[in-house]
Write a protein that binds this ligand. Sequence first.
Ligand code: NAD
Length: 492
Amino acid sequence: MMEMEKNSLFIGGHWVEPASSRRIRVICPSTEEVVATVPEGVAADMDHAVGVAREAFDRGPWRWMSPVERADRVRRIADHLAGRAEEVARLITLENGSPLGFARQQALGPVGILQASAELAARFPFSETCRGLSTTSLLVHEPVGVVAAIVPWNGPLYLAVSKLAPALCAGCTVILKPAIETPLDAYVLSEACEAAGLPDGVVSIVPGGRDAGQYLVEHPGIDKVTFTGSVEAGRKIMASCARRMTRLTLELGGKSAAIVLSDVDVEAFIAGAIAGMTMNSGQACALLSRLIVPRSRQEEIVAALSAAVGRLKMGDPFQEDTALGPLISSRQRDRVEGYIDLGRREGATIAAGGGRPSGLPRGWYVEPTIFVDVENSMRIAQEEIFGPVLCVIPYDDEEEAIEIANDSRYGLHGAVFTSDLDRGFEIGRRIRTGSFTVNGFALDPAIPFGGFKESGIGREGGVEGFRAYLETKALTAPQGYEPDERWTGGHA
Ligand code: NAD
């Protein structure tokens, strides 16, 4: 296969020479071969991008355009991506090894996110009258300013667009930094932004490493950081933002629990549990990586799960029937294998998997692995592994199950499997996570998503996610002055 080569960076809506000669080598996780090289963004590129974004925000037309006009441009980005969805899906599979079926969801999901954001923004009350105790004010919801968006490699386009779409609809200007592992889909996103005819300076997309990310976060021209990735990086970013009170949204890791109630129909719940364990080959923040099961039904449940995992096809992610692909890198495989060894040493037992699959000499594959006899205090039950590894933890009564689910420093997602939906909702209310599903594993980009506890701060998606890109201003005039239609007509 011919190596792809890109030589420019998309800064402020233009294709420009990179500031340095440094290159990113994109390695395909299933073949371990270099498939592309692209310029690596460095501090000087970030200076350039922030400079034009600042200028565009402070003096450009974007933030003063009507929400409907902005929404129209955002829909054009969606149209462009929709027309290239298959190409994008294949690029994602090439760069991060996602099975093609799942990569297709990652290519089409962003189209829906852009459309939903545009629709929401076009009818959002950007200004509203607010009656106080002695005054009447106009509340104006203004764009927060220049946004630095930093995303990881596991759902590259989906996570990027989850930030870009609401930020643009709100009237912000954006510098997006894709992960160094996955810059290829970001080139298509750049082309989509170019095709949408956004004003100069509004969007820059600069792939780069941690140093470039850190430099961007600390840049004095940035008003808001929105980040998805590891807790460790999130903590550092939060500390950096504290210095200048830079606004911040963090979407971090998880160790989400699925509670299985004793009334469950095992056959009915298997598909949801397997999806919760193996989504994106185990590399997703919302995975249901702890399964909390009634001790009396543990054996039956583990047997059914092990049989189902054994039927999953692992291998070339480009093949249509592949359910599990490789992990992103040899480093990530080392990390996951390190946790599998740790689980054995901690006294857990492997019921399925535990090694590398046979017949796949190339690619960073790890078998889907089920641990039983897990205690929730073990590190394999407390730490995010980011691989296809499930911890099965038995309980004796439902109160204990709820306690185990909540005994985590994370609070991203969760689920319950039961025949009694009311009981499922009752349990959902008691679990301290940002989202929770009764009987399934479902994520919807138009529903707010985010974490309690160390899983993050703030929400993405829906109105709550949109508000993360706005600042509220109270404009107050002397008593007797009533703001008229010109002010309350909905524009920011
Ligand atoms: P990471 O958090 O280190 O990197 C994610 C993104 O943040 C990348 O674009 C990276 O360049 C950037 N970044 C890293 N440190 C930064 C900093 N100090 N300032 C600004 N930007 C910074 O994740 P990783 O190295 O790709 O993976 C490490 C681990 O993180 C994984 O094993 C996994 O457990 C976890 N992870 C979680 C998620 C998630 O969605 N929760 C996603 C990816 C990785």
